[in-house]
Ligand binder design. Structure first.
Ligand code: TXA
Ligand code: MG
Length: 342
């Protein structure tokens, strides 16, 4: 299949493909989404095939405005309050679904995740397609999410009908997923709308807590995610200490190809061929925007190990930490010290 590239003045063509049941990737303010008509089961099945995504991992349904939720879900007062404050924007809300939403779209769940993206291309495309769009991140399962149209092509060229090129996506990390089906709102996935921001509207909001053996609320959370080809190891401690520990490993292992995921503060200190700066520790927005393309960069190199500085804290840093934790599969410097001896 030829994958067509569309620009923002060609959205009619892209919408026609979507209406005919084909897959078209499009930019949002978070990451590129792999779009299909959310109400057409055959079209939605193509998403799972193209991504290699497990069938029990539900999709987010993208709408052009809060009013569209009424036809898809049983809404409530909290939903409208949050939509008024944060939509269009990087907040996905989980509600009980109405029967019109196909089983394949929700991975068999009786709830549906809804989001109204803050990107004019995305909003226009939904309006022109005249149907809500199911759209997961437009990467192959397990790969970093795409923040540029060429990332989508790296993973999906020849597999999907088209991609709308809207340049870099902006935020760079996926939306916050908030469960509104529980007594108090629970964050299933941290993102651009932070806990602090949500609490200003609904003070009872919290992170979902998982207990051992309990059924995972957001099926996507149980799968390994965002992983580059070489293993990522996170280095903890005070910033200066992180620098020291990474320098020590580069010095002790001169024959190994070690890449470094650095902050701009320490970037120039690392004597290694493959290193990339995520941005300044003082600017989490910059770090979020660069994270996935940095992980993809290492896939184009021959590095065997990636050592990553760690940035901890509240706000957007929670989402950055969450994604780096998944990219590393929980590996730390201690794991590196064992693996390097093999
Ligand atoms: O920013 C984003 O959210 C991007 C852009 C394209 O909108 N989309 C995205 O989709 O990240 P995806 O499929 O990569 O992640 C969707 C997450 C998964 O963790 C999934 O399990 C969860 O949302 N999810 C979807 N429907 C759900 C539901 N009904 N209940 C609980 N979790 C749900
Ligand atoms: Mg994803």
């Amino acid at each position: 299949m030829e994958t067509k590239i569309f620009f923002r003045n060609q959205l009619d063509e892209a919408a026609t493909l979507l209406k005919a049941g084909h897959l078209v990737a499009f930019p949002t303010e978070t990451v590129y989404g792999l779009g299909a008509d959310a109400l057409n089961p055959e079209a939605v099945l193509k998403i799972f095939a193209a991504k290699g995504r497990p069938a029990d991992n539900p999709l987010i349904v993208h709408v052009k405005e809060a009013e569209d939720a009424l036809g898809l879900a049983f809404t409530n007062a909290k939903f409208y309050l949050l939509a008024k404050t944060f939509w269009p924007g990087p907040l996905t809300m989980v509600l009980p679904r109405k029967p019109i939403v196909p089983n394949v779209t929700t991975g068999g769940l009786d709830t549906v995740a809804l989001r109204c993206p803050r990107n004019t291309i995305a909003l226009e495309l939904i309006a022109k397609a005249n149907t809500p769009l199911a759209a997961p991140s437009a990467n192959r399962s397990g790969r970093p999410s795409p923040t540029e149209a060429f990332h989508v092509l790296e993973d999906m060229k020849g597999i999907i009908a088209g991609v709308v090129d809207g340049g870099h996506t902006g935020i760079g990390l996926e939306s916050t997923v908030l469960d509104l089906t529980t007594d108090t709102p629970q964050i299933l996935r941290p993102g651009g709308v932070t806990l602090e921001m949500l609490r200003e509207v609904l003070p009872e909001t919290d992170f979902a807590v998982y207990h051992h053996g309990e059924k995972v609320k957001s099926p996507g959370l149980k799968y390994k995610h965002y992983a580059p080809k070489a293993p990522v190891y996170r280095v903890f401690g005070e910033p200066e200490k992180q620098l020291e520990l990474i320098l020590e490993q580069i010095k002790d292992n001169p024959t190994k190809k070690i890449g470094v995921l650095a902050t701009s503060e320490y970037f120039s200190h690392y004597p290694t061929e493959h290193k990339i700066s995520l941005g300044s520790r003082k600017d989490p927005m910059e770090i979020a925007g660069n994270l996935y393309s940095a992980l993809r960069y290492f896939d184009s190199t021959d590095v065997e190990y990636i050592l990553a500085e760690t940035i901890t804290g509240a706000g957007l840093k929670v989402a950055i930490n969450d994604r780096l934790d998944r990219a590393s599969g929980g590996r730390t410097l201690e794991d590196f010290l064992q693996d390097i001896r093999r």
